[in-house]
Design a protein around this ligand. Sequence first.
Ligand code: ATP
Ligand code: MG
Length: 393
Amino acid sequence: MKPILPGATLGVMGGGQLGRMFVHAAQRLGYFTAVLDPDPHSPAGRVSHHHVRTDYTDAQGLAQLAQLSAAITTEFENVPAQALEQLALSRTVAPGAACVAIAQDRIEEKAHFRACAALSGVDCAPYAVIRSAADCQGASAQLLPGILKTARLGYDGKGQWRVGTHEELAQAWAQSGQVPCVLEKMLPLVAECSVLLARGHDGQAVSYPAQRNVHVDGILAVTHAYPACMPAALVDRAERATRAIAQQIGYVGLLCVEFFVVQAPQGLELVVNEMAPRPHNSGHHTIDAFDHSQFDLQVRAMTGLPLPTPRQHSPAIMLNLLGDIWFDAQGRERSPDWAQLLALPGTHLHLYGKTQARRGRKMGHLTLTGPDLPAVQASARRCAELLGLPGLA
Ligand code: ATP
Ligand code: MG
């Protein structure tokens, strides 16, 4: 493919914070940008040269985005696959509709992980597909206690129920609205990590070392990114597995694969959890701690520009800023004391321009960098205290 050079316009489906950081990266390289998102106040729409304000399936909106853009990417996995197919009739779309469709559906996603297991060396958690009351009754007791997850449209722990018995499973499935689900065995997690990989149209792939993620209530809270954050052997295995998972489906673009670390009799073992066909919250530290961020590589991969191996120049800890910290103990809305946080060494504040704070809503993130790990950890601890999240970092 002939590279699409700066000066062209790049389009993105979705106007959330991931789209906003994509727009920033594309603009820095000299591209113009177009965002499709129905929300007039969307974080990416506000900073883009063009903002097409229609629904994701609106034929006119899609035609307008295609007309504006030389290549198009996505910032969320639930963009309708047909919309990407329509765009792909006339434009380069990366990642492609077929890859996004796999990530949209946990049943297909797990089937893909299983199919790759021999090549990737990593399997997913034991699971069963649940489509009927009979599937609930017939589910293997080996999968209990487990987590029932809706096949589609889950994020940040939404659409998930922890179940201990067949009865609870049946209740949870009824609560899901009897939609297709997977029942996954609950695993005793030692840790969680993720790998970000960028893969070009020519199949060349580069990746970042695995980072360790801490979730609270099913939402990412902290990412640790420095050499000792994970055992070296696991970092290697996670990286190889991610390459295989991307290669098997001819993935083009930026991909994130999430893993569980579990204790097996013979040592620590990796289990693949899920994949996101886009940049990921667990990769936000790459903006401040690497020479090329995940958004830079998203731009390069979709446009056919060279993909350099990203180099980390600082250890980093990322703290997610959820809407919860915009409320005081009495539930009154307030703004965190940014000046106090920014007085600490190595603090990089990223706010997404969302005007309405809500509990659990991702409002921004804070990346701590420094000359060495103790310095970064000290800043992270102090920031967590100031934000009212002691013990988090
Ligand atoms: P995301 O916001 O990453 O898309 P999600 O809502 O799709 O999240 P998962 O990644 O499936 O959900 O699960 C969210 C979190 O719940 C995981 O990061 C992990 O902490 C916990 N979890 C999920 N599945 C299991 C499991 N089988 N065993 C133990 N813990 C699990
Ligand atoms: Mg997840």
